[in-house]
Design a protein around this ligand. Structure first.
Ligand code: UDP
Length: 323
């Protein structure tokens, strides 16, 4: 691993994943420039960093020209609405940050001679016809469905990143992130885990979409951050899946959370969103081979940690529009 990397720009740094990355890079001794326009990010995710002299927050929309004074060794592009509810409500911003934002972030990396790491997604595989998903599967994406704004923006972002790699010889990395969970997820972001946990905690019915037989594989955030940190320091320009292959149905997931919370909430079934993938599970043999990485947190441990955060958040007086 290279020792001279020191200053990182993290776009989307006030978001769920971005803020955990800020923590990790600071803990490793880096200086961190965190950029966020706060449309889905939240200052509460980074308020504990405000006294740190190596941490800087730029309130900025990364689809506009980005200027960062001084040297930069790594640019990590994590800005994007990322839950299906968010990108359905913010379709144009989602397309813009995946396309224009990626272009600007790549431009910054090129200007500074920095490494670039793109947060891509298992959504590149769409509703996959190959299972589990390997990086060489090209996917089954509906470009004109409601999820297309996210999926196609990220696919474009991957193509743009590879173009900068090939044409400008930029050192680029692409991580394909599978469902990730942990503290700092927004309670109302509409994703399965925050929905189920807050419903179970409030004793409300658990809203399972469809018949709940669709599958996902959930990775704890600290495992994801470890994989990303290793990938940045590797030499691999092609995409690498980072996720936990522990696959389960959404119904099982809902039951697991209800049990953990000790709630007697019942399940109610609601309409399945359009193009909701039927199955998803990462093949992580590439990450194992190249990065020596595999997840360490089992679901019970990860869920217990997330639950303490959600309990605190539900107890805390509301201090802003996003809870
Ligand atoms: N889901 C659900 N109830 C909810 C929210 C989500 O049953 O209140 C389902 C959703 O339809 C999908 C799965 O849970 O099949 C995971 O959804 P999420 O929004 O967390 O992420 P996705 O994997 O779809 O991007």
């Amino acid at each position: 691993m290279s020792q001279q990397l020191q200053r990182a720009v993290i776009t989307g740094g006030a978001g769920f994943l971005g803020s955990h990355l800020c923590d990790r890079f600071l803990a490793e001794g880096w200086e961190v420039v965190c950029m966020d326009n706060l449309i889905t990010g939240d200052l509460r995710n980074i308020e504990h960093l405000s006294g740190n002299p190596r941490f800087h927050f730029f309130h900025q929309d990364v689809t506009e020209f980005i200027h960062v004074p001084g040297s930069v060794d790594a640019v990590l592009h994590f800005a994007s609405p990322a839950s299906p509810l968010d990108y359905l409500e913010l379709p144009i911003q989602t397309l813009k940050v995946g396309a224009l934002g990626t272009h600007k972030a790549l431009g910054l990396a090129r200007e500074k001679g920095a490494r670039f790491l793109l947060a891509s997604t298992s959504e590149c595989y769409g509703d996959p016809l190959v299972h589990p998903q390997r990086e060489d599967y090209w996917g089954n994406v509906n470009p004109v469905g409601p999820r297309g704004v996210y999926d196609e923006a990220k696919r474009f972002a991957e193509a743009m990143t590879m173009a900068y790699h090939r044409y400008h010889k930029l050192r680029t990395r692409i991580v394909r992130i599978f469902n990730t969970y942990g503290p700092r997820m927004r309670l109302n972001d509409g994703r399965a885990l925050p929905a189920f946990m807050s419903q179970a905690l409030r004793g409300e019915p658990i809203t399972v979409f469809g018949d709940g037989s669709q599958t996902r594989s959930f990775c704890y955030v600290d495992d994801l951050v470890e994989g990303i940190y290793r990938l940045l320091h590797s030499d691999e320009a092609y995409p690498v899946n980072i996720g936990n292959p522990n696959e389960m149905t959404i119904k099982e997931f809902a039951e697991r959370i209800t049990r953990l919370v000790g709630s007697n909430s019942s399940i109610i079934y609601q309409e399945l969103p359009v193009d909701d993938p039927k199955q998803r599970r990462p093949d992580i043999s590439k990450a194992k081979r190249l990065l020596g990485w595999e997840p360490r947190f089992d679901l019970d441990t990860g869920l217990a940690r997330t639950l303490s955060y959600f309990r605190e958040r539900l107890d805390a007086p509301l201090r802003g529009p996003r809870v």
